[in-house]
Design a protein around this ligand. Sequence first.
Ligand code: TPP
Ligand code: SF4
Ligand code: MG
Length: 373
Amino acid sequence: MADTPKVPTPPPFKAFPGKASVAPPPMQAKTAPTPDLNVDMPVIALTAKDFASDQDVRWCPGCGDYSILAQVQRTLPELGVLPHQMVFVAGIGCSSRFPYYMNTYGFHTIHGRGAAIASGVKAANPDLSVWLATGDGDGLSIGGNHTLHILRRNFDVNIMLFNNRIYGLTKGQYSPTSEVGKKTKSTPYGSIDYPINPSLFALGSEASFVARTIDRDPKHLQEVIKRAAHHKGTAFMEIYQNCNIFNDGAFLNLTEKDVKDDNIVFLKQGEPLIFGKDKNKAIMLDGFTPKVVNVADVSADKLLIHNEQDPILANILGRMSEMEGFPCPLGVIYAHERPTYEEQMTEQITTAKSKGLGDLKKLLNSGNTWSIN
Ligand SMILES: Cc1ncc(C[n+]2csc(CCOP(=O)(O)OP(=O)(O)O)c2C)c(N)n1
Ligand code: SF4
Ligand SMILES: [Mg+2]
């Protein structure tokens, strides 16, 4: 196969006139600076156990949430962030029980409002490493509005959206990601709601990082968690998760040994999208339309090369998961840094403070004021 073509640099963001696009950051944990007390102290090697709380885990046996929890706890020691520098926030749902099981600070908040609370935590103390656990119901039904706003604001928060395509905690009602025709307790004749694609929702909400992964692939899950942790800005992870009680087998096409290789394409920056049991299939673009081709029939320079900084390609890849005859892209779909909300907010506060103390009475009586007789 010919040399892999160079990945083009995307244009700068129009929302930040004059600022050039930002190259992917060096792998460096985005976290709190080491507190003064720890300066010059030897680094303590933490393990997964240091991030696990003493609470009994109350998920159903066999639930995919166990794997997600285990991979988070296994990955965190590598980030160089101490448990007391982290906050896990959640709304309500099975997935939202996550903070109980973490030996970090945590908030189990109200349904759909985790994104707003996580934004507040980050605004109040930008040095904390803030994580949000949410579900397809919590984050995209009642909390859809809050999810949208945290994404466009770009707080440096890591969001894990557990997508099991069902309301698990409330015993099996349909969710915004349930497929058309799905029969549940609240859709006895089959759902007539068209489902949301969470990764596309995140892209449409101007997320600066969007990745997709799955509970049954621990290694991939860990890689995605690590990438999200290193991204400066809101990192949105859609995690396919099996609810074996109310929606068992929702992702069988991506987990069954005999079919998964034909149904998944793993995204790797700068590499062609090749998939299939024998690595004999690939994706190429015909204009903006993706096509599945046989590797043997096409020259290597015609194959689609992954560029996680390309927003147009991100939309094609986000959509591909539901296109008939195409594999589901797993990995980092989009990663392109831009200034975070808390950075800009701090800058504005500093500028305002530099002007000295204000006069509230003068302010209230300034501008267009009038008296009512
Ligand atoms: C204001 C409010 N409305 C409704 C509920 C009931 N409720 C609790 S969890 C939930 C849905 C959870 O689904 P999801 O976010 O997908 O989480 P999962 O349990 O599937 O992980 C609902 C509707 C609630 N707790 N509060
Ligand atoms: S109801 Fe489903 S999502 Fe909730 S704990 Fe049980 S298996 Fe997991
Ligand atoms: Mg759910």
